[in-house]
Design a protein around this ligand. Structure first.
Ligand code: ZN
Length: 44
């Protein structure tokens, strides 16, 4: 995933930034510790 894509992503819940976990291949909202697995299907 390209870094600029990550910069436009925000948590649907709190609008905070999402962190991409390369090892697990998912997105995380650190504020709430939520995982966004399904989002990855739209990004590739
Ligand atoms: Zn959040």
């Amino acid at each position: 995933m390209k870094p600029h894509l990550l910069s436009i992503l925000a948590c649907p819940q709190c609008k905070g930034p999402l962190t991409y976990d390369e090892e697990q291949n998912h997105l995380i909202c650190k504020a709430e510790n939520l995982l966004f697995l399904l989002l990855m299907t739209f990004l590739d």
